[in-house]
Write a protein that binds this ligand. Structure first.
Ligand SMILES: [Fe+2]
Ligand SMILES: [Fe+2]
Length: 163
């Protein structure tokens, strides 16, 4: 792998850890508002992002490269509502998808077939991730200001919205 590709993989690994932080902050916001179902949903998602980061970590090590751990900016801890947090989660996933497209472009240009194959899993995962948050956002937009409906959705979200 070229230094450019290794750097891009490292960058994405750290971005996955950052994503984990973003969802942890969203979980904390939901919990502070007593939406414990949404908090659990985001906590589970934070775990998943950490696993994504570790997948890239392991890939780098398996290819004889050192995974370089860096920081990213602070995630936002302030949201206007559960809907606002979920809309931002959806936007975040779209950014992640475009990052995997860029990574795939680099791997393609280098004819790095092993990495192209490795990245396929993430591209497919992103389809699931975007679809998941699209669903949540759509349901929340339908619920709007109906507190009772939101109360019920909060009870069911971590059972209903699984990939
Ligand atoms: Fe991810
Ligand atoms: Fe994700």
């Amino acid at each position: 792998m070229s230094p450019t590709l290794v750097e891009a993989l490292n960058d994405q690994m750290n971005y996955e850890f950052y994503s984990s932080h973003v969802y942890l902050a969203m979980a904390s916001y939901c919990e502070s508002q007593n939406y414990n179902g949404f908090a659990k949903f985001f906590l589970e998602h934070a775990e998943e992002e950490r696993e994504h980061g570790m997948k890239i970590y392991k890939y780098l090590q398996d290819r004889g490269e050192q995974a370089i751990i860096t920081g990213f900016g602070d995630p936002s801890n302030e949201y206007e509502s559960v809907l606002d947090a979920c809309e931002k989660a959806l936007e975040h996933e779209k950014v992640v998808t475009s990052r995997f497209y860029n990574l795939s472009d680099i791997a393609e240009s280098e004819k790095e077939y092993t990495t192209i194959s490795f990245l396929k899993w993430f591209l497919e995962e992103q389809v699931e991730e975007e679809s998941l948050f699209e669903t949540v956002v759509q349901k929340l937009r339908r619920i709007k200001d109906d507190e009772s409906a939101l109360f019920i959705y909060d009870m069911h979200i971590s059972h209903d919205e699984v990939e």
